[in-house]
Ligand binder design. Structure first.
Ligand code: DSN
Length: 422
C-alpha cells in the first residue's frame, strides 16, 4: 500500500464551500436512512466503493484502453482497469470484459454498435411486458434506428412465450436477439434463447442489468455460457457504483471495445472504473453470496406477504430480486399506490403490468425489489412487516394514516440502519 495519505471526500469542506449542495447531500442520506427503499434497481454501495468514487481518479483523462491510451500519465489508472477486467472475467467466467460503459444504456448502445447497422432487424422484449427503453422503444435510439420486432409474455401464464419468440425469429430473421428485462420476476431460459438464435444465425445479447448481481452471487444461473454478449449496470443487486459493463466472447472482444470507444464514448470515468473493480472484489466473497441468496428469499417473502394482503404478484411470484404486483384486485393504479407509499416513507415505483389497460403514466402495478433492504440486514420476517406497511399505505385514501405508518417504518429501519452511524 502506498504511504501517501488519502486525499478524499471531506464533508466539512463541502459544507463550508457550498452549504446548499451539502444540505441536499445530508437530506438524501437522511431519506435513505429514515425510509424503506424498495426500488428494484437501487442498492446501498459500500464505503469502499464510495471512497473510490470520491477519489482523484475522477480527474484523469484516459481515452483508449490499458497500455494504449491517448493521454500520458495513465499508469495508475491502467492498473485499476486491468485489475477490474481480471476480476470481472474471474467472477463471471467470461472471456472478455469492458468496464468503461458509463451506464446500462451506454453498454447497450455499444452492443448494438458492435453487431448491427441502422435499419437491420433486432428482436427484444417489449417495454410494456417488462423490457427496457433500449430494447426497441419508439422514443429511444433503438426504436428509431433499428427495425425492432418485439416479443412478450403469454397472457395466461405471464411468462415469456418461447414458442412465439421462435416463430417471430423464423419469420423476421433478426441479426440480433436481446433477452433481459426490467420488470420480469422469473428466470430466463438462456439455453432456449441460444437455440433460437443459432437456428436463425442471430447474435444473442443478454441485458443482465437487473439480475447480474444474483449471478455474481451464484444464486441464479449465468447467461455468460450462452450469450455472445452480456451487458449490465453495476449499481443494482451487484452493489457497485452507478455505471455499466460488458462481457463477451473473445471473438467479439475487438468489436465490443471499438464500439465502446471510440464509437459511442470518449474518455472513461476512471473513478467509476476503479469503484467497479472494488465492487467486483466484494462480490467474489462468501458474504456476498449469502447476501444474493437472501435477496431472493426476501423477494419471495415480500411477494407472498403482499399476496396475503390482496395484491397479486404477476406470474404468481418471483425467482429473483423483484416482484411485480397487480393492484387491479384492490381497485388502485400504480401511480396512486406509489404516491401513498411515498407519504409513508416507503419508496417504490408504479409499473405497467403485462396487457395493462392503464397508460404507463398510471400503470396497474407496482414493482418492489429487495436489494437495498437486504443490504440493511433485513430478513423474511421483516418482509412480512413491510408487506403489511405497504398494505396500510396504499389503502390510506385520505392520508390520515401516513404519519403513523411512517412511525412504524422508522421503528423497522432503526433496527436495520442503512449507512449506520459510527
Ligand atoms: N431504470 C432502471 C430500472 O429501474 O429498472 C432500468 O434501467
Amino acid at each position: 500500500m502506498n504511504s501517501t495519505p488519502f486525499w478524499g471526500p471531506d464533508f466539512d469542506e463541502l459544507a463550508a464551500e457550498d452549504p446548499e449542495i451539502a444540505s441536499i447531500v445530508l437530506s438524501e442520506l437522511d431519506r435513505l436512512r429514515s425510509g424503506i427503499q424498495l426500488i428494484a434497481s437501487e442498492n446501498f454501495t459500500s464505503p469502499a466503493v464510495l471512497a473510490a468514487l470520491g477519489s482523484t481518479l475522477s480527474n484523469k483523462y484516459a481515452e483508449g484502453y490499458p497500455g494504449k491510451r491517448y493521454y500520458g500519465g495513465c499508469a495508475e489508472v491502467d492498473r485499476a482497469e486491468i485489475i477490474g477486467i481480471d476480476r470481472a472475467k474471474a467472477l463471471f467466467g467470461a472471456e472478455h470484459a469492458n468496464l468503461q460503459p458509463h451506464s446500462g444504456a451506454s453498454a447497450n448502445i455499444a452492443a448494438y454498435g458492435a453487431f448491427v447497422k441502422p435499419g437491420e432487424t433486432v428482436m427484444a422484449m417489449s417495454l410494456p411486458h417488462g423490457g427496457h427503453l433500449t430494447h426497441g422503444s419508439k422514443v429511444n435510439f433503438s426504436g428509431k434506428w433499428f427495425n425492432i420486432v418485439s416479443y412478450g409474455v403469454r397472457e395466461d401464464t405471464e411468462l415469456i412465450d418461447y414458442d412465439n419468440v421462435r416463430e417471430l425469429a423464423r419469420e423476421h430473421r433478426p441479426k440480433m436477439i436481446i433477452t433481459g428485462a426490467t420488470a420480469y420476476p422469473r428466470l430466463i431460459d438462456f439455453a432456449a434463447f441460444r437455440e433460437i438464435a443459432d437456428e436463425v444465425g442471430a447474435i444473442l445479447m443478454v441485458d443482465a442489468a437487473h439480475f447480474i448481481g444474483l449471478v455474481a452471487g451464484k444464486a441464479i444461473p449465468s447467461p455468460v455460457p450462452f450469450a455472445d454478449v452480456v451487458t449490465f449496470t453495476t449499481h443494482k443487486v451487484l452493489r457497485g457504483p452507478r455505471g455499466g459493463m460488458i462481457l463477451c466472447r473473445e471473438e467479439h472482444a475487438a468489436a465490443i471495445d471499438k464500439a465502446v470507444f471510440p464509437m459511442m464514448q470518449g474518455g472513461p470515468l476512471m473513478h467509476a472504473v476503479a469503484a467497479k473493480a472494488v465492487a467486483l472484489k466484494e462480490a467474489a466473497t462468501p458474504e456476498y453470496q449469502a447476501y444474493a441468496s437472501q435477496v431472493i428469499v426476501n423477494a419471495q417473502a415480500l411477494a407472498a406477504g403482499l399476496a396475503d394482503e390482496g395484491m397479486r404478484p404477476v406470474s404468481g411470484g418471483t425467482d429473483t430480486h423483484l416482484a411485480l404486483i397487480d393492484l387491479q384486485g384492490i381497485g388502485l393504479t400504480g401511480d396512486v399506490a406509489e404516491m401513498r407509499c411515498d407519504a409513508a416513507r416507503i419508496t417504490l415505483n408504479k409499473n405497467s403490468i403485462p396487457y395493462d389497460p392503464q397508460p404507463p403514466s398510471k400503470g396497474s402495478g407496482i414493482r418492489v425489489g429487495t436489494p437495498a433492504v437486504t443490504t440493511q440486514g433485513m430478513t423474511e420476517g421483516d418482509m412480512a412487516t413491510i408487506a403489511s406497511l405497504i398494505s396500510r399505505a396504499v389503502r390510506d385514501e385520505d392520508g390520515t394514516q401516513a404519519a403513523a405508518i411512517a412511525d412504524d417504518v422508522s421503528s423497522l429501519v432503526t433496527r436495520h440502519p442503512a449507512y449506520p452511524r459510527g
